[in-house]
Design a protein around this ligand. Structure first.
Ligand SMILES: O=C(O)c1ccccc1N[C@@H]1O[C@H](COP(=O)(O)O)[C@@H](O)[C@H]1O
Length: 219
């Protein structure tokens, strides 16, 4: 068994081709206008076609209303929704029911109590995603995609009722340690395969996916 991989913030055909050829499991599209990785549903549809069915696509939304999610689902044809805002467990359940797609809920982690909050999503989400908390001293910080990691030790030995992904500041250089310490079986990377925010580097995507292929989840 190998580690599952998601490369997020895909906004070019070259990046999607690297994700596809490198054998990633998931590709994420950011539907959050303030992000340098933002894509429209129409752009995402074209990029999804590059993946030619070999990569599952994920829509990343932040506290999005139903009509916005509906337009993304209908136009981009994604296979999973990633809720990366302050959505409550009730809202996660509602989105999952309304759109009949698997839902992954992100939880911002900085301290042990954040994991207690994560437990409130176990019954309503199909997957959990643990990401670093955005920095408090940067009011303009994005809800995710800040190239920041958190203390992976917080996850060590914890078990969850749902599959989960590790994200936040991962790259080809720290992936092995992050997986070893946290026990992750799935990882999500965005900034770590970029040259600058929003500028994906296909060679870095390939290197990350090769690094992931050499890793195996701990039992
Ligand atoms: O990447 C973004 O711009 C973004 C915007 C809004 C919500 C989530 C976003 N990205 C998510 O952040 C993590 C990984 O970030 P990084 O590797 O530290 O850059 C990942 O889950 C993305 O989906």
């Amino acid at each position: 068994m190998t580690i599952e991989t998601k490369i997020c913030g895909i906004n070019s055909a070259e990046a999607m081709a690297a994700v596809r050829d490198g054998g990633a499991d998931f590709a994420g599209f950011i539907f959050y206008p303030p992000s340098p990785r933002y894509v429209t549903p129409e752009m995402a549809r074209g990029l999804r076609d590059v993946a030619a069915g070999r990569v599952k696509t994920v829509a990343v939304v932040v506290d999005a209303a139903d009509d916005e999610i509906a337009r993304i689902v209908e136009t981009a044809g994604v296979e999973m929704l990633q809720l990366h805002g302050k959505e409550t467990p009730g809202r996660v359940a509602e989105v999952r029911k309304r759109f009949a797609l698997p839902v992954m809920k992100s939880v911002a982690v900085a301290a042990p109590e954040d994991l207690d909050r994560a437990a409130t999503y176990e019954e309503v989400a199909d997957r959990l995603l643990f990401d670093a908390k955005p920095p408090k001293d940067r009011p303009d910080a994005l809800p995710g995609g800040n190239a920041l990691s958190f203390d992976w030790q917080l996850l060590a030995g914890r078990t969850w009722a749902r599959p989960w992904m590790l994200s936040g500041g991962l790259n080809a250089g720290n992936l092995a340690e992050a997986v070893r310490i946290s026990g992750a079986r799935a990882v999500d990377v965005s900034s770590g395969v970029e040259d600058a925010p929003g500028v994906k580097n296909p060679a870095k995507i390939g290197a990350l996916l090769r690094a992931a292929r050499d890793l195996h989840p701990i039992a």
